[in-house]
Design a protein around this ligand. Sequence first.
Ligand SMILES: Nc1ncnc2c1ncn2[C@@H]1O[C@H](COP(=O)(O)OP(=O)(O)OP(=O)(O)O)[C@@H](O)[C@H]1O
Length: 291
Amino acid sequence: MKYYFIINPKSGKIDKSRIEKNIREACIVREIPYEIIYTSRKGEAKKMASQIPDEECVIFSVGGDGSLNEVLNGIVGSKNKILGNIPTGSGNDFDKTLRNFESGIHYIDLGKINSHYFINLACVGLDADVANNVSVIRNKKWVPVSQRYNVSLVYTYFKYKFKKLTISMGETTVSNYCTIFAVCNGQYYGGGFRIAPHAILDDGMFDIYVVEKMSKIKILPVLLKLIRGKHENDKAIKKYKDSKITVDCEEPYTFNVDGEMLTSKHFELEIDKRAVQVFNDRLFINEILEK
Ligand SMILES: Nc1ncnc2c1ncn2[C@@H]1O[C@H](COP(=O)(O)OP(=O)(O)OP(=O)(O)O)[C@@H](O)[C@H]1O
């Protein structure tokens, strides 16, 4: 079976020439036919993945969660293309859940938001704005790469404006101004916050976390608990499990979807059960990431 590697040279800080050398060595030792392709701009990974012949193969995203999302959206629907991930991005949140899954090739669930697929998490509210504003902070050359998320957190905390959402799932409707709304397939977001410690990649359900409007002073302890992974029993945090959700907003609102932005006034989210095969041979992945 052939392996394809789609490398985002701009992801994270890992030296991609070393990764390329490790890929070549790992494939040659195993006598696996392979091809390496580099992206030159945003959006290209999806196109490249969709243009690969629909024959049994593994297509690896070599990058962060944004690149993985692009490759996923390029292969979804194919019965032959298996999704692989060599996590060389800054956050790599999806891999933090996948790496605890059994080694091998597995069918896992996907989330769908309007017509866009996601593998890890879709969120809207303060936490999503922090992730979305990282792209604003990225342009400020005086902010070190390691501090982008923290600077975005402070910037977003002061600028955040609550917006009203109507969230419908099963018998439940939540209609209020929103602090946090996270729809999780994976467990981690924001470069390592374990928002959904009980989320399972193949259970056919989203783990859903909602924090309604509260004063900005009261948000701080909730955020601190979230950062420390101690938020599960906080009364301000409501938890649900469902496979279908609709969200309506009075004005356009921007979801963060696997690290990418999606703006609309109406969102339909649903689980596509066991919709993609993922490659999780940890020996192979770790060999490529080795120094
Ligand atoms: N050659 C390229 N030049 C510029 N941007 C690219 C290129 N290839 C892909 N991109 C875009 O770069 C963005 C960030 O990539 P990615 O998410 O893989 O890395 P990251 O931000 O370092 O990691 P993470 O999302 O895990 O924090 C994505 O939106 C992707 O579409």
